[in-house]
Design a protein around this ligand. Structure first.
Ligand code: SF4
Length: 224
């Protein structure tokens, strides 16, 4: 994907690497408080109708940094102390994701929000990949559950539909913070594509797709 993919290898790689759809160094659209980085994982089997990033459901090789390489990328910006993991489905890469967070926290205090299409109960009882417990141990807030179009939540708060739960696993992020976040999106323009970052209301997403369907605008992405 555009210029950002060139930051990391894209060839098929062993399980010791992550497989990422996209990364953004600075955004304020995916969490409360200060600027944060966001990492989107490539691949999700849940196929929710109305998923706003269907192109990231496919399990295919994409950007594939090692946890250390992704850590080095994140640490380049000294002002960023928060991370959001989304996708795709982060928990399918739990071992590498947990190692990434562990390496970052060796160098810097951070808070971590993770979106998952699985419920918390499902992750605990039937983890979809090795290392889910290690990943959850590094996550401060889990936004869980699949996106359900008929329950699309168009009010405030960082969740796409009202069936999703915002679960505070630690006290690093004060309880209730994500519910109070005003929904907004950012459009990140790249050389040959545009990426919508945030959780768009349905009308905003439609307008984005219509705008980018016009000639000469290149590819498009929207991200939770
Ligand atoms: S869980 Fe998220 S990424 Fe996966 S299909 Fe559903 S909305 Fe899309």
């Amino acid at each position: 994907m555009n210029g950002q993919k060139k930051q990391f290898p894209t060839t098929p790689t062993p399980a010791s690497r992550l497989n990422l759809a996209h990364v953004v160094r600075r955004t304020t659209a995916l969490g409360p408080g200060d600027v944060r980085s966001a990492v989107w994982f490539q691949g999700c089997p849940l196929a929710c109708p109305g998923c706003i990033s269907p192109e990231w459901q496919t399990f295919k090789p994409s950007m594939q940094p090692t946890p250390q390489e992704l850590t080095d990328w994140f640490l380049q910006d000294p002002d960023v102390h928060a991370l959001t993991l989304s996708g795709g489905e982060p928990t399918h890469q739990s071992e590498a994701a947990a190692e990434f967070l562990r390496l970052v926290r060796q160098k810097r205090e951070i808070s971590v929000i993770c979106f998952s299409g699985y419920t918390y109960e499902h992750l605990l009882s039937s983890p979809p990949a090795p290392g889910v417990d290690a990943l959850l141990a590094q996550v401060d807030v889990l936004v869980d559950g699949p996106f359900r179009r008929e329950l699309a939540d168009t009010t405030q708060g960082l969740r796409g539909s009202s069936n999703q739960n915002i679960i505070y696993l630690t006290n690093r992020i004060p309880a209730g913070s994500l519910e109070k976040v005003e929904r907004k999106v950012e459009i990140h323009i790249h050389e040959d594509s545009a990426v919508m970052v945030g959780i768009p209301r349905p009308a905003v997403l439609s307008a984005f797709h219509r705008a980018l369907a016009a000639p000469r605008m290149g590819s498009q992405r929207s991200t939770p």
